[in-house]
Write a protein that binds this ligand. Sequence first.
Ligand SMILES: Cc1cc2nc3c(=O)[nH]c(=O)nc-3n(C[C@H](O)[C@H](O)[C@H](O)COP(=O)(O)OP(=O)(O)OC[C@H]3O[C@@H](n4cnc5c(N)ncnc54)[C@H](O)[C@@H]3O)c2cc1C
Length: 455
Amino acid sequence: MGNTPDVYAILKNELKGSEAEVLTPGSAGYAESIKRWSEHCEKKAQAVVKVTSSSDISKTLNFAQTNEIPFVVRGGGHSTSGSSSIDDGLVIDLSKMRKVAVDPKAKTIRAEGGTIWEDVDMEAAKFGLATVGGTVNHTDNLISVEIVLASGQLVTASESSHPDLFWAVRGAGQNFGVVTAFTFQGYDQPDPVFAGTLVFLPDKLPQIVRFVNKFHATSDGNQALLWGFSSPPPANAPVVLAQVFYNGSESAGQEFFTDLINLGPVANTTSMIPYEKLNGLLNHAVGFDGRKQFGGGAFKLPLNPAFVQSIHADFLDFVNSHERMNESLILFETIPFTKILEVSNEEMAFSNRGDYYNVATCFKWFDPSLDQEIRDFSRNLLKKASQSAGVVQDEKVRSVEGVGVYGNYANLDVSATDIYGRNAKKLEDLKYKYDPNNLFSRGLRLVPKPLVVVN
Ligand SMILES: Cc1cc2nc3c(=O)[nH]c(=O)nc-3n(C[C@H](O)[C@H](O)[C@H](O)COP(=O)(O)OP(=O)(O)OC[C@H]3O[C@@H](n4cnc5c(N)ncnc54)[C@H](O)[C@@H]3O)c2cc1C
């Protein structure tokens, strides 16, 4: 594009009077600003614009269009697809927009676009509230978004305002604009919960799978069980991890998981904790060092213990034959889906609703020459792990039951149909309405050709 950093002096001038910052290579704070959760997503942007308001965002979008500068949006910087970083353009960085406001009467929570879940959890807890984020997508959880469109206009999207845009952003938001604030429904959560991690030696895997198979019938929606394989420090030896959650008393939690606890874990951190601490339980295991790659698939219960053992063997063989991959993880997320299925896949862009659970890989490594090999291995392993769900291979089942790939774990090597199923066509049509020049083109591609191309 032939832009030199000098062009950013114009942007700085346009943002005068605001607390926004325009960082270019050499500016104090620039190196920190291009850091991402995964090292392979760190790219040397021409400029990082730390915006503070929708007006800053509109001005920056306008500047990028006028000067034909490609851009990306950075929220929390955790994706492993690389879609929030850029080499040859600018980053609209939302990390200064993390305010959370709770309306205790309406029990709603308004979170600015750069908020991370910790901000939301902590502020909501002050009012005895919690909301649903991440893996569980409750029926009516997101009430509205405030979003700056490609035109620079700030609009509210909700069931009653731009409902078609609201349909699109619930699943495909990154393709439609910059969300400056989300308003979530809060739910009463005044009590602590029973949660923690059980660590088992791998010989317990068959019994663990048998316990999981029963979970499907025994859970009433107040429990969750995330279990999987890793070789975490300090021992760096293979273990089976089980993170348990029970929304109730300690005795009820102990009783629900008693068969698992009685298997004899080598470590057990379960206890009663405030709900807002739940999302932080695994923080120590997922720091900002190294290269990482998420991947997603689906599984159905019951699982055959021998089948799971063969996945474990494949995983271990691969991890053990490469340097410093011991912190890699495969996680079977056994989170009840009854509530999720109260909404159909047509009601919003998000299309991963089905009578199956998510399975995720999170590989961690340090040697850049392994990037492609790891991506390929992860894809194949997830294909195998997803066989039990039968959703990924069969187009007919897929459209009825959901796509079987969770968009938050997907990379950019999937198609719009892989993630949005039958909703892909409607999303394409809406792109022409709300972003006709495909300015928001760095995430998963919804339209055949981006007009502002990079790479
Ligand atoms: C340790 C860890 C645990 C995780 N656990 C879960 C989990 O339990 N459940 C789950 O669902 N996911 C989970 N994820 C996946 C996570 O949801 C995705 O990585 C997600 O993309 C992170 O969002 P981010 O804003 O931090 O990432 P970023 O890399 O900043 O952004 C991701 C994409 O969203 C766009 N974007 C971000 N903010 C905005 C905005 N305000 N407006 C418009 N576009 C925006 C970016 O442009 C980019 O395309 C986990 C990830 C990590 C690293």
